[in-house]
Ligand binder design. Sequence first.
Ligand code: NAP
Length: 293
Amino acid sequence: MTQHISVIGYPLKHSLSPAFQQVALDYYRLDIRYATWETEAENLPSAISLLRRPENLGASVTVPYKEAVLRLIDEADDLASSIGAVNTIVNREGKLVGFNTDAVGFLQALHEDAGLAAVDKRATILGAGGAARAIAFALLQERVALLAIVNRTVARAQSLADFLTKSAVAKGMQTEVLALPWQDPRVQETVRHCHLIVNCTTLGMKYSPQQNRSPLAAGLIPKGALVYDLVYNPSATPLLRMAREAGADTLGGLPMLVYQGAAAFKLWTGREAPLDIMLRAANQAMFGTGGEG
Ligand code: NAP
């Protein structure tokens, strides 16, 4: 019986996951198809419940459902529960178990592709959705000195900041955590003095209503900071273009996408992900070449 894994989100035209997951499945000659399930919000519960069928091994979960699926699955592992967001679901004989591989994928790219150790650094996270929760949690674990969460909906930023503060206190960490709405005058000062700025909003994402938009104005980006955009399509997002002009270092979302996908691959199949092959396929799908373009 052919088995299936799907990516569930909306919109999904931008997704590169099918390109690099299918080559990894084919590498092991597994009879598994990786498919795109573009799902509107009202259909999310029925899409998740379809995953319980024996032919479905699980799913990747993306924008905007990483938090919402927590209520629709049977259990989540400790990390996903702590983060409050799930990006990978595994069907274990009809029981749906949630995981979060965004945190590990984010850190792997930060360390290996940007060469940055976050300890004692000042970081600003733009956004407070499912991805932001994982990234904030990962940076807290790395013992950053400051974590500023800037978000359009301030209640969402505040709830994430409260959770981070509680985690920091429980672990005896000194990290300062701030929740700021975009219009707060402290945003400019905070961003200007940051070592690391991570875009976890959908601004700049191709095929979304926010494509061609940058979350920050050029004048705010500090020279020498690392600007890390989780948006991976297009590769040169408006934010990354501005950051380069401002003299900042930049990192796009493609390496993280592949690393988090490789961790998910292992959860679904129990096999080591063929990382080189996946990276080549992602680059091929993005740039039409096997190398970074
Ligand atoms: P999400 O849960 O839907 O959160 C979206 C975030 O964007 C929220 O903070 C939202 O603010 C903000 N936002 C949306 N429209 C906005 C606007 N017009 N103005 C200002 N803020 C706006 O999505 P997610 O799962 O966190 O994903 C966020 C982005 O990260 C997506 O582009 C996704 O593709 C990318 N991502 C990449 C990777 C990777 O591996 N590279 C992994 C995960 C996610 P409100 O709270 O105010 O709505």
